[in-house]
Design a protein around this ligand. Structure first.
Ligand code: ADP
Length: 413
């Protein structure tokens, strides 16, 4: 069986046809620049990569073009035993604590949460609507980025502001990247031959967006992103934590509009704002050339990351595993080394030899004597979504598969 995983952005659709049991990506691709003069579509299958540059007026046209490429380049979806379409949805608000089967009511509820995620949820909804129209015979499942953090302790999810105002406007901490934090915290336990119930884990998901979580016995107890994905760590283009009064100051005294402040903090801040580059490879090159802005960007990034490691150590009391994942976490040994340097008193002892280089597979990078095992574990959000989609579809009796063959039964959940 296979699952088509779809991630719709405002001007893009990323997709992957996943084998949920074996874990492999059978085909994948991305539609970009939807609604612009020239769109582009890249589809990869069986070692063959096909790129098209045609205008793609809307998401429906984008997805139709994707399905046409499946027909033309392969694999043939009709004979691929597609048991579900799994959709990534960024914000599940206070409503959704688990993945759910898509119904008209679910789509309406996701749309109703849009004010909390105006950049993401409307695009996700468009993708779901279009995909349901074009693939009406397959169950569609939504997997929420917030779901893993739905059960955060109230002390962690509550902002210390007037409770009535907060309640009326949904102002609380929701957390994001949940699919990755959930997947990685479980998989790493399996990798170490431990029960997830017995482990206290800090997960550092360091991609272009970045977040940290503290996971006790498989349950998230703290995370760095808040009401939106803007809070917390320094990111590629997002500021992470700032004094909220900065926003007031910029609007009151610098004459910036709400949209300008939004743009500043989401797209012109973080590494990009400090160094002009948001990719760590470019940042390291600039630092080698003696660029002071780039050095400062790295210093600020690392300083914030270390503060979170310290804070989450205090939250958990005992940390059994520290995991690095996502683009930066998996590939950047300098970031991993700087983030943990000198933290032996906290029980973190990185092994410089084991840490060296990029990690394409799960790898222990701490010394044997380290109280906390430091692991690089590659995330795989598409696979996590695919497996959850199968579980939901199976539970609803919609896959036609024997439940004994389910990924859960095979120990992959
Ligand atoms: P997202 O899914 O948030 O777009 P990724 O998890 O793919 O991001 O991470 C992308 C980031 O990973 C890049 O911006 C870059 O900073 C970093 N990265 C990717 N490859 C490398 C590498 N070889 N060395 C250092 N950093 C890398």
């Amino acid at each position: 069986m296979t699952v088509l995983v779809v991630n719709s952005g405002s001007s893009s659709i990323k997709y992957q046809l996943v084998d949920p049991v074996g874990g492999g990506a059978i085909a994948s691709g991305v539609v970009e620049r939807i609604g612009e003069e020239t769109g582009s579509l890249t589809h990869t299958f069986g070692g063959r990569k096909v790129t098209r540059t045609d205008p793609i007026p809307d998401h429906a046209a984008g997805l139709r073009a994707v399905l046409a490429l499946f027909d033309e380049v392969g694999p043939d979806l009709a004979s691929s035993d597609v048991v579900a379409v799994g959709h990534r949805v960024v914000h599940g608000g206070s409503v959704f604590s688990t993945p759910v089967l898509v119904t008209d009511e679910v789509v309406d509820q996701i749309e109703a949460i849009s004010p909390l995620a105006p950049l993401h949820n409307p695009a996700n909804v468009t993708g779901i609507r279009v995909a349901r129209e074009l693939l009406p015979d397959v169950p569609h499942v939504v997997v929420f980025d917030t779901a893993f953090f739905h059960g955060l302790p109230e002390a962690a999810s509550t902002y210390a502001i007037d409770r009535d105002v907060a309640r009326e406007h949904g102002v609380r901490r929701y957390g994001f990247h949940g699919t990755s934090h959930h997947y990685v915290s479980r998989q790493v336990a399996q990798f170490l031959g431990r029960r997830v119930e017995d482990l206290n884990t800090i997960v550092l998901h360091l991609g272009n967006g970045a977040s940290a979580s503290a996971v006790r016995g498989g349950h998230a107890v703290e995370t760095s992103m808040g009401m939106t994905p803007l809070e917390g760590l320094v990111m590629g283009t997002r500021s992470g934590d700032v004094d909220p009064a900065v926003l007031i100051h910029l609007q009151r005294n610098a004459g910036l509009s709400v949209d300008e402040v939004d743009d500043l903090l989401n797209r012109r801040s973080g590494l990009k704002g400090l160094a002009g580059e948001n990719d760590f490879r470019a940042l390291h090159d600039l630092i080698s050339d003696g660029d002071e802005g780039a050095q400062l960007a790295l210093d600020v990034y690392i300083h914030r990351l270390r503060k979170y490691i310290g804070a989450y150590t205090a939250v958990l009391g005992r940390v059994d595993v520290l995991v690095f994942t996502a683009g930066v976490g998996e590939n950047d040994d300098v970031v991993r080394a700087l983030a943990t340097a000198g933290l032996e008193p906290l029980g973190l002892e990185l092994d410089p030899n084991l840490n060296a280089g990029r990690k394409k597979a799960p790898t222990i990078v701490s010394r044997d004597v380290s109280r906390t095992t430091i692991v690089v574990y590659p995330t795989n959000e598409e696979l996590a979504i695919a497996r959850q989609a199968v579980e939901v579809a199976e539970a609803a009796g919609l896959t036609g598969e024997e439940s004994d063959d389910s990924p859960a039964a095979a120990g992959h959940a």
